[in-house]
Ligand binder design. Structure first.
Ligand code: C2E
Ligand code: MG
Ligand code: MG
Length: 382
C-alpha cells in the first residue's frame, strides 16, 4: 500500500512515515501544497494523510484537488484546530465523493498512528479496494431498463434505468450487492455519471426512433451535493438531443430528507432545467408533510413493500391508498412500484393511481430487449 503524507511540518511527516513503514506501507511526503498536484500524477496513493492547514493553499482547495485525482484513496484528515472544523472538513470531503476514513487532531501520538495504520491495512485486506474501480474502468457495469406504464390507459410512460455489474467470475450482480461498497470506495459520483450518460444515450436513441419515453435515473443524496450535476446533465441531454423534460431523477425518501436544504437546492436547479424529480421508496423514510410540500418533487413512487401485498394485507392497502391520496392532494403524479399480479393492478386502477411498474408489466431488461417488450405490450400482453 502506498501512503501520501501532506503536511508542512517535516517532523510530523517523518513521524507518520516511520510508523507507516513499520506497518508495511510505502510512503511519500510532501511539505509544499503547491507540489501535491504533480506528485499525484506520479505516485498514486492508496492512503492519504493530509493536514488541513497548509501555508499558501487552503484545505478546501486541496480536498477539491484530491476529489479529482485521488478519489479512491482512503483519506485521513489531520488538523490542529478543534474537532468541529475537522468534522466540517470531513463532511465536505465526503460531499466531494472522497473516501474520508478518519479525522485526527494534532498533536498526533504514536499510539493513534499505530491504531490508524492497523485499521487501514486490515480494511485493505477486507474490502478488495480497487476491484470496483477497475470494473468501472473496464466497463463491467451496465444498465437494465424497467418499463413504467399509465394504469388507466396502459400507455407506456417510460423506463427506469437500474444498474447491474457483469462480474466475469460471478455473473450479473444486483445493486444491493455492490452499491454500498461503491459508496465506501468513493466511486459513487463516477458510477452516477456513467449511469446518467448511458441512460441519456438510450433515451435519446428511443426518442430519435419516435418513442417519446421518460427515463428515470436513481441518484443518491451525496451525488446531489455536487452543484455542477444539473449542468452536466443538461449538457449530456443537449449533446444527445434529448429534451431535458424526458429525464427524471429519483432520490429515495430517506436520502432526500437527510439534508433538506442542500437537496432542495439541487432539486430546484434540476426543475429549473425542466428535469423531473421523483421521491423514491416513499413510505419507508420520515418526511414531514411540510418538507414534502416544500420540496420541488414532480412525482412520488410508493415503496413496493406496500404494493406487493396490498391485495392480501389490509394494512398495506390502507397505507397504499393514503399515499395515493396524499400525493394527489400535493399535486404530484403517483407511481406504484412492485406490481406483481393482476389483483394489485386492479386495486391501483380503482384507486386512480397514475402509473405502475413491476414484474407483472415487465422485469428490468437489457437495452436490446426493449423493442420486443414494447411490441408485446402494445399487442396487449400480459
Ligand atoms: P428502486 O429504485 O426502488 O428500484 C426498484 C427495484 O425494485 C429494482 O431492484 C427492481 O428490479 C425491483 N422491482 C421492480 N419490480 C418489482 C416487482 O414487481 N417486485 C419486486 N419484488 N421487485 C421489483 P434493483 O434493480 O435490484 O435495484 C434496487 C435499488 O438499487 C433501486 O431501488 C435503487 O434504489 C438502487 N439503484 C439501482 N440502480 C441504481 C443506480 O444506477 N444508482 C443508484 N444510486 N442507485 C441505484
Ligand atoms: Mg428508483
Ligand atoms: Mg423504489
Amino acid at each position: 500500500m502506498r501512503l501520501l503524507i501532506i503536511d508542512d511540518e517535516e517532523d510530523i511527516c517523518d513521524l507518520i512515515a516511520e510508523v507507516a513503514e513499520r506497518h508495511g506501507l510505502t510512503t511519500q511526503s510532501v511539505t509544499d501544497a503547491e507540489q501535491v498536484d504533480s506528485i499525484l500524477n506520479e505516485f498514486s496513493p492508496d492512503v492519504i494523510m493530509m493536514d488541513l492547514m497548509m501555508p499558501g493553499v487552503d484545505g478546501v482547495e486541496l480536498l477539491r484537488l484530491l476529489s479529482e485525482k485521488a478519489k479512491t484513496a482512503q483519506l485521513c484528515l489531520i488538523s490542529g484546530s478543534d474537532s468541529r472544523v475537522l468534522n466540517g472538513a470531513r463532511r465536505l470531503g465526503s460531499a466531494h465523493g472522497l473516501n474520508v476514513v478518519e479525522a485526527l487532531e494534532k498533536p498526533l501520538s504514536i499510539q493513534t498512528l499505530k491504531t490508524f495504520f492497523e485499521s487501514v491495512t486490515k480494511s485493505k485486506k477486507d474490502s478488495d479496494v480497487g476491484v470496483r474501480a477497475q470494473a468501472l474502468a473496464k466497463g463491467e457495469f451496465c444498465l437494465y431498463y424497467q418499463p413504467v406504464v399509465e394504469i388507466s390507459s396502459r400507455n407506456i410512460k417510460g423506463l427506469e434505468a437500474l444498474v447491474r455489474w457483469n462480474r466475469p467470475d460471478q455473473g450479473t450482480l444486483l445493486p444491493d450487492a455492490f452499491l454500498k461498497q461503491i459508496t465506501d470506495d468513493g466511486l459513487m459520483q463516477e458510477l452516477t455519471l456513467f449511469v446518467i450518460r448511458e441512460a441519456i444515450k438510450q433515451a435519446a436513441s428511443l426518442f430519435l426512433s419516435g418513442r417519446s419515453l421518460t427515463m428515470a435515473i436513481n441518484v443518491t443524496a451525496s451525488t446531489l451535493l455536487d452543484l455542477s450535476l444539473p449542468d452536466q446533465i443538461a449538457e449530456a441531454c443537449e449533446q444527445s438531443r434529448l429534451p431535458t423534460e424526458k429525464l427524471i431523477l429519483e432520490v429515495t425518501e430517506t436520502e432526500a430528507m437527510r439534508d433538506v436544504t442542500r437537496t432542495m437546492d439541487v432539486l430546484l436547479r434540476m426543475r429549473l432545467r425542466n428535469i423531473g424529480v421523483s421521491i423514491d421508496d416513499f413510505g419507508t423514510g420520515h418526511s414531514s408533510l411540510r418538507e414534502l410540500q416544500r420540496m420541488p418533487f414532480s412525482e412520488l413512487k410508493i415503496d413496493k413493500s406496500f404494493i406487493t401485498d396490498a391485495p392480501t394485507n389490509k394494512d398495506s392497502a390502507v397505507i397504499m391508498n393514503s399515499i395515493i391520496d396524499l400525493g394527489h392532494n400535493l399535486g404530484l403524479k403517483v407511481i406504484a412500484e412492485g406490481i406483481e399480479d393482476q389483483k394489485t393492478w386492479d386495486l391501483l386502477n380503482e384507486k386512480g393511481c397514475d402509473f405502475g411498474q413491476g414484474f407483472l408489466i415487465g422485469h428490468p431488461m437489457a437495452a436490446s430487449d426493449i423493442h420486443t417488450w414494447i411490441e408485446k405490450w402494445e399487442k396487449g400482453s400480459p
